[in-house]
Write a protein that binds this ligand. Structure first.
Ligand SMILES: [Zn+2]
Length: 311
């Protein structure tokens, strides 16, 4: 290394390291560590509600679920953190900024508490057991409180939410949920009337692209970015535009609530990302690479749609 290059490298780190150290990225735990927030400093929220391991006997196990889903989403926590870490690396390498996405995690097994349900469905006894406190920590303390106060003190037009899940559907594709009823997908063009209730509502308001293009068009849809960069099978996308009449999750309460017009505290757009088994099972390094690949797509999506824009 030449002395000039060495000096440049040292100076770069002089700028970056104090910035990193001044950020408070310490994990914040909810009641009894049943949930946790891994704080960040950019307008991206990664949610991982279904890969908790704790099964305290003091919380009654749920035996019924509105969708019949009581089993966790194996390895989505590891993949979500790989996504977060890679996004931070990409911001640093490409933009020379320390930008760490927020990550919120449920540490309870889904049969004890499900953050991707409403308060009457999340828990066996929402008001009477610690599961209710954990549910409130996930939503009120962490997303609405901590992430919300970050959004309130920064003037982004909107933030990006990615709610990370896993499924075992036979199609084996990544399912991207935009809160659009699947019965609309056979139509050659999605009606703009669907935009206001979709999870891209706020993005659609700022974008010059149609809802159709944002959801399954070339270049602008998350599905096409993933297809072009890594060839993963993903729906909706130009390759697989119509998941109607298949097993397909179109997005749950977390995605719906925080992207809705009814939610007034801050504006988010984004999607639920349901990963197939083929992308969730393997060595830690394989899963980390998958997370890094997905992060690369999310990073492109963030800049393509100007999520960095301020009011
Ligand atoms: Zn899930």
């Amino acid at each position: 290394m030449s002395s000039k290059l060495g000096l440049l490298t040292i100076c770069l780190w002089c700028l970056i390291v104090p910035n990193v150290l001044s950020q408070n990225f310490q994990i914040i735990y909810g009641q009894k560590s049943y949930t946790q927030l891994e704080p960040g400093n950019v307008n991206i929220l990664i949610s991982t509600p279904h890969d908790g391991q704790l099964q305290p006997a003091t919380i009654t196990t749920r035996t019924n679920d509105v969708l019949g889903n009581l089993v966790g989403d194996t390895n989505t926590g590891l993949i979500a953190r790989a996504i977060r870490d890679e996004l931070q690396r990409l911001f640093l390498v490409n933009k020379n900024v320390v930008a760490r996405p927020y990550l919120v995690a449920n540490n309870l097994v889904r049969a004890k508490m499900d953050p991707n349900r409403n308060s009457s469905e999340c828990c066996y006894n929402y008001a009477g057991e610690d599961s209710g406190l954990a549910f409130n920590d996930y939503h009120q303390t962490f997303i609405q409180g901590k992430f919300g106060s970050y959004m309130a003190s920064n003037s982004y037009k909107l933030g990006l939410i990615v709610d990370v899940h896993g499924q075992a559907h036979p199609e084996g594709w990544i399912e991207v949920g935009y809160i659009i009823d699947p019965s609309n997908f056979p139509n050659p063009v999605l009606s703009e009337k669907l935009a206001s209730r979709s999870s891209l509502n706020h993005l659609r308001q700022y974008s010059s692209q149609s809802l159709e293009t944002l959801v399954r068009g070339s270049k602008y849809s998350f599905g096409d970015i993933v297809t072009q960069k890594f060839g993963y099978k993903i729906t909706p996308s130009p390759s697989y535009p119509n998941p109607f009449n298949t097993k397909y999750y179109n997005g749950g309460p977390i995605t719906q609530m925080y992207t809705s017009d009814q939610f007034k505290s801050f504006k988010l757009a984004g999607f639920q990302m349901e990963l197939p088994q083929a992308l969730r099972f393997g060595s830690n390094s394989t899963l980390t690479t998958i997370g890094q690949n997905l992060a690369s797509c999310i990073y492109d999506y963030y800049w393509l749609h100007s999520f960095d824009a301020k009011i």
